[in-house]
Design a protein around this ligand. Structure first.
Ligand SMILES: [Zn+2]
Length: 249
């Protein structure tokens, strides 16, 4: 059994001393254009966490996932549920506090949503400083930027795009509405340095519909299962490689 919540208290009490780390999958519930479900980010990190836990056997367990994230920029699209950065930080901190009290030494956050990064960065600092717990944040796509550069053809990518649709075809093939995949009308801002996809840019409190009509930022019509396989494999291998070394450190 790879999930924390499947054990009884006396079973987990015996397991914890042998446990090297726990994985906390953190996702979101937000619009993913017309062809991907609201839970895409969470489904993705759940699959990655499960695949890693199966590989590492009883050395790591997966915690109950967090299905909500910081998504105010997607609120102009129906179905998006957002929590504040403060709520996410409090939730993750209090989960860590409980785990630490029971003797868990390392927590690995596998995050599937860009909007969560700022809050998660702040909270892992607090967990480390205040509890003395070993904690790390993994944004899996940030481990494979070289592979993305090779595999992804589009210049603009970021949300429900060529990258995310390709990996969804591997992670949640039955949930992708293939027939509804279409290229969005990308709205390029009139002011320079304001487009999300520019290398040199200012920071603005943007909304997704400032840049796109469908909710996709990038071109999902260029997605394929073959690309998804390469991208998912790279994320799995590198995340696994990191975790193997982290739990021995
Ligand atoms: Zn997403």
């Amino acid at each position: 059994m790879i999930y924390w919540q499947d054990y009884t208290w006396d079973e987990i009490e015996k397991l914890i001393p042998k446990l090297k780390a726990v994985i906390l999958p953190v996702g979101s519930c937000e619009q993913h254009s017309l062809h991907l479900p609201l839970g895409t980010d969470t489904f993705g990190v759940i699959k990655l966490s499960e695949d890693i836990a199966k590989e590492l056997k009883s050395e790591v367990l997966v915690l109950p996932p967090i299905w909500y994230g910081v998504s105010p920029h997607h609120m102009n699209f129906s179905g998006t549920i957002t929590i504040s950065p403060e709520t996410l930080m409090a939730l993750v901190y209090e989960i860590a506090e409980s785990l630490y009290r029971h003797g868990v030494e390392r927590m690995i956050i596998i995050n599937g949503h860009g909007g969560n990064i700022d809050a998660l960065k702040l909270v892992i600092r607090r967990i480390s400083d205040d509890l003395g717990m070993r904690v790390v944040l993994i944004n899996p796509w940030e481990l494979i930027s070289d592979v993305i550069e090779k595999v992804v053809e589009s210049k603009i990518w970021g949300h429900a795009c060529e990258f995310e649709t390709s990996t969804a075809l591997i992670e949640i093939p039955d949930k992708v509405r293939v027939g509804k995949i279409r290229r969005p009308n990308i709205k390029t801002p009139k002011i320079p340095y304001m487009a999300l996809w520019e290398k040199n840019k200012v920071v603005i409190p943007w909304n997704t519909d400032d840049f796109t009509d469908t909710g996709a930022i990038g071109d999902p019509t260029k997605a394929s299962k073959e690309k998804g396989e390469k991208l998912y494999k790279a994320m799995f291998e590198r995340t696994l490689d990191f975790i193997k070394k982290f739990i021995e450190s």
